[in-house]
Design a protein. Structure first.
Length: 278
């Protein structure tokens, strides 16, 4: 799809080269270094704005799992519709928590908005990053959601949000994009974490929709990949081969942590970080 831009880092070329063989190079943003999620989003947005200044953009991390793709697609469709109404807002997808996870970010919903969507939409009261277990339990009991980091909104709305906290970096990258030379800029700028350095400081104009049906999970750690596969009764060939080898820690299912619960579903997929344009 020519409306998908893949943001990757040069150091990871060994991993993404084969995955993106059939993708036009124009649709691959190859960063010279890893400067965090915030910088990747800024660079991708500035490139997209050159061609579609009024585009509605979706940001999708690469290390996610969805047990029900159709349910996730339905949530995205609703989020796109909401973003067309709330022109200056960004809609985040919050997953209904299944346990008090301490390694995820959380979203505390604010008041319910009145809208025609079948999926309730809330303002965002606060973003919370990787809480302690007791705090995570309180967040779960109070109705907070896991932050999937999937976000939908106008490219301009994203830049307005980023500009409120990291404007000097935006200006530096904008100059680099115009000169088509990211190497020098990436060598001079610092790392920006989108959740910690932007969202947690500037929750205004943010909206959140609950995704309770897709079976979302974050695959950001090898043990989480294996435990997710086990929960969903999936055993790909590579995992079976590893468990049949001399690696003792993989010869049994990875145990769930005390605060996790088991789920049952099917199929897992992961891609390099895509940004889609509608």
């Amino acid at each position: 799809d020519d409306r998908v831009l893949f943001a990757v880092t040069k150091d990871h070329e060994t991993f993404y080269r084969r995955e993106l063989l059939d993708v036009d190079r124009v649709n691959v943003l190859e960063q010279p270094a890893n400067r965090g999620t915030g910088v990747a989003i800024i660079t991708a947005l500035l490139q997209l704005l050159q061609y579609q200044p009024d585009a509605i953009v979706g940001i999708f991390p690469s290390d996610h799992y969805f047990a029900d793709d159709d349910a996730f697609a339905a949530t995205l469709k609703s989020a796109i519709s909401i973003s067309k109404t709330y022109y200056d807002s960004i809609v985040f997808i919050g997953a209904k928590p299944q346990w008090p996870e301490i390694e995820y970010g959380w979203i505390e919903p604010g008041p319910l908005l009145r809208n025609g969507s079948r999926t309730p939409v809330f303002t965002v009261s606060r973003f919370r990053e990787k809480p302690q277990l007791l705090e995570a339990r309180d967040l779960m009991h109070s109705g907070a959601l896991w932050n999937t980091f999937v976000a939908i909104g106008r490219a301009g709305a994203f830049l307005n949000l980023l500009g409120a906290t990291v404007m000097p970096t935006i200006m530096r990258i904008a100059d680099a994009v115009a000169r088509r030379d990211l190497n020098r800029a990436y060598g001079e700028i610092g790392t920006i974490d989108f959740s910690r350095d932007v969202l947690s400081r500037e929750p205004r104009s943010m909206l959140v929709m609950e995704d309770a049906a897709s079976g979302w999970a974050d695959l950001g750690h090898p043990e989480r990949v294996i435990s997710t596969l086990d929960r969903h009764q999936i055993e790909p060939c590579w995992l079976r081969e590893m468990r049949n080898s001399d690696l003792p820690r993989l010869n049994a299912e990875v145990p769930l942590r005390p605060h996790e619960v088991q789920l049952r579903s099917h199929n897992a997929t992961a891609f390099p970080n895509p940004v889609t344009v509608h």
